[in-house]
Design a protein around this ligand. Structure first.
Ligand code: ME8
Length: 639
């Protein structure tokens, strides 16, 4: 019986509806599942909801609802949001389901029989917010280490002999480098276990909510002991056939629940049951807002579907594409080892720079040129080797990143190919090849289209709807098999290309986002007066052409100037512009601009400028760059 690729997320407390942070882990899991499916693996991706705790019961009562009615509603909201984010799981488990209750009670009985469970008196502190027991010495100023209120508990409880598993656990961690990722987290776990593990209290007094201890109705099973077992109960354990899934290939979670629960209590239970341990536990860092943990009470909650709705209405992109943009953001900024901070400004800037400029331009320019220069068909010609090599290297960088589930690096690998393609178009300049009847033109266009096809494959696990849109514009079926990325026949010769349609309309960042443009005094506005009139001959002395920004960086020691590399119909120019107050270098790259090309070169802050950009002047003296109303031919003249 071949083993399926089994991956899991934490099961989420249903005390409140999900936000962008809770969605992040499920998204990372979705990307991994899609990636493995593209490799032909039979994948089972499990997620679900954690419904039995005191925290959930208290939230239900606070909402004036019966716990069951409350958990039914919120569990449904999680499914709704995951579906809206195009997250495709294979199983959704709820800890109030009979299949789970049955398995948990069976685990309890089995561990009891094996002598790993005993009864005793528990006396200590309990943090309802994280459903965690603490010793007096764990508390900080009378609160839990996370700053939550704690309550005193004294009760007859069942204990699990966690202490007995410290040594075997350390051995396993030390001999399996891939067991806990990233490495920095592994060190934290080892340090925690080496401090000594206490036996774990695994029951609470039965107050009518939770899974009863088998044979003792006065007690319910401690919610963490119950919750961790969801990964096992979803396999059907102990019924035959569970080995088809077990053990998990990878389990994703935030760092908050790695050390104490997933990397100690959980594998210790499995060792007690004599079951193999999961291959990898990945504890990622936090997605923060305003530098702090996402908090409902501080109003710093961002809901992923609302974010997508907002983007779709502001930019005019389709809703499924806006969902992909939120997915892209989560991928590109994935808090792997370190926390990352969400901001609207960063989100919208990345939309313009990475999606509208990088990917959108690469797609649009390639298709427009293929229609113009090779009759809108994939040429019967082999792609130039530079492009073939760029695809190979992007694909292998993506694969390397995915061996440790570094989704942010995988996204960067895919964008490496997109950036290559834009530069390749600028340097190979098909428009000049066409003018010169250069025989390499079909090879260049074939290379561009093959790069797009490979990009479609690489981004498919991350941005499935965008990948479909690219395939449709290329006139091909979606690329579903990883092996086909970069295959020479992935773009069949003579295939008719679809119509180029921009999928990421640019956002006007200054109007929508940038609330406080800085004043810029370099060019005061000049009104034309009759005495200043010029003739048409005077005007035509000024040579104006369309350029495209290739690179942009600040000029050192100047808060006004940016140094740009601009390509003007195949000719590269360095231009220094006083636009830094209104523009970030990143948002300029890929953008078309209007350039005065016959201005005498000048030095600004010691840096040569070989042209000038045209800009309108805003109320504060800042520059608003002029741009053609739609993509203009490269290097077009302006009259
Ligand atoms: O802990 N950044 O459930 P939970 C990144 N029921 N990830 C975040 C995040 C953020 N700001 N906020 C939440 C529980 N997460 C238990 C789990 S499993 C057997 C039981 C993610 O609803 C992250 O994966 O508090 C974190 O571990 C999880 O949501 C916590 O979800």
């Amino acid at each position: 019986m071949p083993k399926r690729y089994y991956l899991t997320t934490p099961i989420y407390y249903v005390n409140s509806v999900p936000h962008i942070g809770t969605t992040l882990t499920t998204f990372v899991s979705d990307v991994t599942a899609r990636y493995q499916k593209m490799h032909g693996r039979d994948v089972c991706f499990l997620t679900g909801t954690d419904e039995n705790g005191l925290k959930v019961k208290e939230a239900a009562l606070a909402a004036g609802k019966q716990p069951q009615e409350f958990v039914d509603e919120i569990s449904q909201t999680f499914r709704h949001i995951f579906a809206g984010m195009n997250i495709v799981y294979d199983d959704f488990i709820r800890t109030t389901e009979p299949r789970h209750v049955k398995a948990v009670q069976e685990v309890f009985r089995t561990l009891q029989k094996k002598g790993h469970i005993y009864t005793g008196t528990y006396e200590g502190w309990y943090d309802v917010s994280s459903e965690t027991f603490y010793k007096e010495s764990d508390l900080v100023d009378g609160k839990s280490p996370d700053g939550n209120e704690v309550r005193w508990v004294q009760e007859e409880n069942y204990f699990f002999r966690l202490s007995a598993f410290a040594e075997p656990l350390l051995k396993h961690i030390e001999s399996h480098a891939e067991f806990i990722l990233p490495e920095s987290r592994r060190n934290e776990v080892v340090g925690f276990i080496k401090q000594g593990l206490r036996d774990a209290s695994i029951s609470r007094a039965n107050d009518g909510w939770g899974i009863p201890v088998p044979g003792d109705e006065s007690r319910v099973i401690y919610v963490w002991f119950d919750a961790l077992l969801n990964y096992l109960s979803a396999t059907g354990w102990p019924s035959p056939g569970y080995e088809k899934l077990w053990p998990c290939d990878v389990q994703f979670m935030g760092k908050d629940i790695l050390t104490r629960f997933h990397a100690t209590l959980w594998p210790a239970i499995l060792l007690g049951l004599e079951l193999p341990l999961p291959t990898t536990l990945l504890g990622h860092a936090w997605l923060l807002i305003g530098g702090e943990k996402i908090s409902k009470s501080k109003g710093t909650v961002v809901r992923p579907l609302e974010l997508a709705d907002e983007l779709a209405s502001m930019s005019g992109c389709k809703h499924d594409i806006a969902v992909d943009v939120v997915r892209y953001y989560m991928a590109a900024t994935m808090p792997y080892e370190n926390d990352s901070t969400f901001s609207y400004e960063d989100f919208y800037k990345r939309y313009n720079s990475d999606l509208a400029n990088d990917l959108g331009n690469a797609l649009n320019r390639s298709l427009v040129m293929a229609h113009k220069f090779v009759d809108g068909k994939m040429p019967v010609a082999s792609a130039e080797p530079a492009a073939v090599e760029a695809i190979r290297s992007a694909r292998s960088a993506f694969e390397r990143s995915m061996t440790e589930f570094r989704i942010h690096q995988a996204a960067d690998a895919a964008w490496g190919l997109v950036r290559f393609l834009n530069k390749y178009i600028d340097t190979r300049a098909p428009w000049t090849l066409a003018k010169a009847n250069d025989p390499s033109l079909p090879n260049v266009i074939a290379a561009m289209l093959l790069c797009l096809r490979a990009t479609e494959g690489l981004i498919r696990p991350l941005l499935p709807s965008t990948a479909d849109a690219i395939a449709a514009q290329l006139g091909v079926e979606p690329l579903r098999s990883w092996d086909r990325i970069g295959a020479p026949d992935a773009m069949p010769h003579n295939i008719g290309l679809g119509e180029p349609k921009p999928i990421f309309p640019r956002l006007d960042l200054k109007r929508e986002i940038m609330q406080t443009p800085q004043p810029e005094t370099a060019r005061p506005p000049q009104a034309a007066t009759n005495g200043d009139q010029i003739t048409i001959d005077d005007f035509t002395k000024v040579k104006l052409r369309i350029g495209r920004v290739l690179e942009a960086e600040p000029v050192p020691d100047s808060d006004k100037l940016l140094k740009l590399q601009v390509i003007i119909g195949g000719e590269r120019r360095q231009i220094v512009a006083g636009i830094r107050a209104n523009y970030q270098p990143d948002e300029l790259v890929g953008r078309q601009v209007v350039v005065v090309t016959n201005l005498k070169p000048a030095k600004l802050r010691g840096v040569e400028s070989q042209g000038m950009l045209l800009a309108a002047v805003d109320e504060k003296g800042g520059a608003i760059l002029l741009q053609p109303e739609k993509e203009a031919p490269e290097g077009a003249t302006i009259r």
